[in-house]
Design a protein around this ligand. Structure first.
Ligand code: 6PG
Length: 259
């Protein structure tokens, strides 16, 4: 792994060879963050990303050696976003994580916090999830959002992250921690964590792999600040650490100085 130039005071760009190396490096980072959180405060709170990139990571976390090192009894799993489908649906981010990871590790069921995005009233589902976060962190909306120990994020080819898509209303949410979001390009709605709570995380880890992400990664990291068009540019931890873990293919359009 080659550590690239630090992108500002809170960002690191870690470049690895390929998808397999990215999953391995991500697993090491997740375990190290979990061990540090439990040593510091007795538990580990993480919001997982959906999509396909993190699947290899989740498989690694469900098997030796990483599974035995993760403090499952002290871990609380949340999601960064969810599609408007039931858990059994093939598009469900929860369903994907349950199949690959949760069905294979000894995490207490009441420490798995699913977004109920299949509910007819998505606004109520957002409020419910916000209340679940509040209960877990003993925080109270609309106070300052709590700080997850770790939030995993992916990057869409259009520069979206979580379910914060270009030119969608949730981008501009400044109070709610969880919001429904209508995404015309998908002809669908989603539930998503919002910028206020995402940027409170102690550590945000982007996982970006593949040549198809090169243009988006270059635009987000090197292009002009244009968050309505490139929502991932809004991810700027208030006090936490931002790590971009990317493979060589995804960095192919970055300028020499950065990649
Ligand atoms: C989702 C994710 C989304 C994803 C990106 C990248 O629900 O799909 O939250 O933000 O991380 O779209 O997806 P891939 O990893 O599949 O490229």
């Amino acid at each position: 792994m080659k550590s690239g130039q630090t992108l500002g005071h809170v960002s690191d760009l870690l470049v690895v060879a390929d998808q397999a190396a990215l999953a391995q490096e991500a697993a090491k980072l997740v375990v190290a963050t979990a061990e540090e959180a439990v040593a510091r405060c007795g538990r580990f709170t993480v919001a997982l990303a959906g999509g396909s990139t993190p699947k290899r990571l989740y498989s690694l976390l469900a098997a030796k050696p990483y599974c035995a090192r993760l403090p499952w009894q002290e871990t609380h799993i949340f999601w960064g976003d969810e599609r408007v489908v039931p858990p059994e649906h093939p598009d469900s981010n929860f369903g994907m994580v349950r199949a690959i990871l949760l069905s294979r590790v000894p995490i207490p069921a009441n420490q798995v916090h699913r977004m109920q995005a299949e509910r007819a009233d998505l606004d109520a589902a957002a409020g419910e999830y916000e209340a679940e976060i509040a209960r877990t962190f003993a925080a109270q909306p609309p106070d300052e959002p709590p700080a997850f120990d770790l939030i995993l994020l992916g990057l869409g080819t259009d520069g979206h992250t979580a379910s914060l898509f270009p030119h969608t209303p949730a981008l501009r949410e400044t109070k709610r921690w969880v919001a429904p979001n209508d995404i015309p390009e998908l002809k669908a709605s989603r539930l998503t964590l919002t910028i206020p709570i995402l940027n409170r995380a102690a550590m945000i880890l982007f996982l970006v792999s593949g040549i198809e992400k090169a243009a988006a990664l270059q635009a987000v990291l090197e292009g002009p600040f244009d968050p309505e068009q490139l929502p991932a540019q809004l991810i700027r931890p208030v006090t936490g650490r931002l790590v971009w873990l990317v493979d060589q293919a995804a960095t192919s359009l970055l300028s020499e100085r950065i990649g």
